[in-house]
Design a binder for this molecule. Structure first.
Ligand code: AHM
Ligand code: MG
Length: 334
């Protein structure tokens, strides 16, 4: 039998590639893995536990109804970051403002984490895949002081690491530190993430497109034209049109396209003129992974990782996936 490489072993091996690494980023990645195991356990039993399913009865700063599990996952990750010592502050999709940790111990942390604790909230109650998405930056402010807004509002190309955890038919953690993308599957029998998808590459093209097509008549006409001309026609040399696949959890749609090749589109629409997805918690981390795996991420006009953030909960139009497919879609945008 092939020897299993655990996430912990993998992180430690990679740390040796950076001669001056102090181990803090490695510890932070390990902490994220631990928190995600706890969340995974909660997600797996949610239907049995009264306090886990359904709406929390509150809305987040973006006016979206929070689910109980959104809040449980958010607290779980925050607690882990607060106690780990590597992180001086965080920003989460579920909180109005960023949090600068108060203790002297945390103030010494070099990193900030921006995250969406449970992406795909509308799928929580119906047992469809959901996930956690995270992005790690080195702080801009001085070590030993409190984290600042400037630490959070960095351009995506400054990310030190990014990843996601998919609570799907199995739980997987996929991450990059800028040297390729690797995927780990949680083996529940030993409680460890083990390397299952080394050096992931997104196929250069594919046959899957993911978009909420309910929005097709309220988004830019070029996109409608792309979908109708490219995705819904049998192209020369093909036996049938592309297949539409839309889970409605970005992290799950992205993961499928990463493995099989495809495109994900959430445009700006008449009802969401800035788009729906959040630059800092969703778009940047997945853009980093996409690019590291050979794919592309754009607003249609600009590379996502070049956007200078203007506000914490900023939304953008988002097209991400296989390189050739994203380029084709862009060629239809005026
Ligand atoms: P969330 O972070 O509150 O779950 O919102 C983001 C989600 C994405 O995961 C998903 O792709 C999209 O919103 C679905 O939106 P819609 O229901 O408009 O298709
Ligand atoms: Mg989300």
């Amino acid at each position: 039998m092939k020897k299993l490489v655990t996430l912990h072993e993998f992180i430690m091996d990679r740390q040796a590639d950076f001669p001056y690494a102090t181990g803090e980023l490695s510890r932070l990645l390990s902490d994220i893995a631990v928190a995600s195991k706890v969340v995974s356990k909660d997600v797996r039993r949610a239907g049995l536990l009264e306090d886990f399913l359904g709406a929390q009865g509150s809305t987040n700063v973006q006016g979206e109804e929070q689910q109980k599990l959104d809040v449980i996952a958010d607290n779980q990750f925050i607690q882990m970051f607060q106690s780990g010592g590597e992180v001086c502050g965080i920003a989460s999709e579920e909180n109005d403002d960023f949090m600068a940790f108060e203790t002297e111990y945390s103030k010494k942390g070099k990193y900030v984490v921006l995250f969406d604790p449970l992406d795909g909230s509308s799928n929580i109650d119906v047992n469809v895949s959901i996930g956690t998405i995270f992005s790690i930056y080195r702080r801009k402010s001085e070590v030993g002081t409190k984290a600042t807004l400037e630490d959070m509002m960095q351009v995506g190309s400054e990310q030190i690491a990014a990843g996601y955890v998919l609570y799907g038919s199995s739980t997987m953690l996929v991450y990059t530190t800028g040297r390729g993308v690797n995927g780990f599957t949680l083996d529940p029998s030993i409680g460890e993430f083990c390397l299952s998808h080394p050096d992931m590459k997104m196929p250069e093209t594919g046959r899957l497109y993911a978009m909420n097509e309910g929005n097709i008549n309220i988004c830019e006409s070029g996109l409608k034209e792309y979908i109708e001309t490219y995705c819904q026609q049998t192209l020369p040399g093909a036996s049938r049109p592309y297949s539409g696949r839309y889970i409605g959890s970005l992290v799950a749609d992205f993961h499928r396209n990463l493995i099989k090749g495809g495109i994900y589109i959430y445009p700006d629409t008449e009802t969401d003129p800035e788009g729906k997805l959040r630059l800092l918690y969703e778009c940047n981390p997945l853009a980093f992974i996409a690019e590291q795996a050979g794919g592309l991420a754009t607003t249609g006009r600009q590379r996502v990782m070049d956007i200078v953030p203007e506000k914490l909960h900023q939304r953008i139009p988002y097209i991400v996936g296989s390189k050739t497919m994203v380029e084709q879609a862009m060629s239809f945008l005026k």
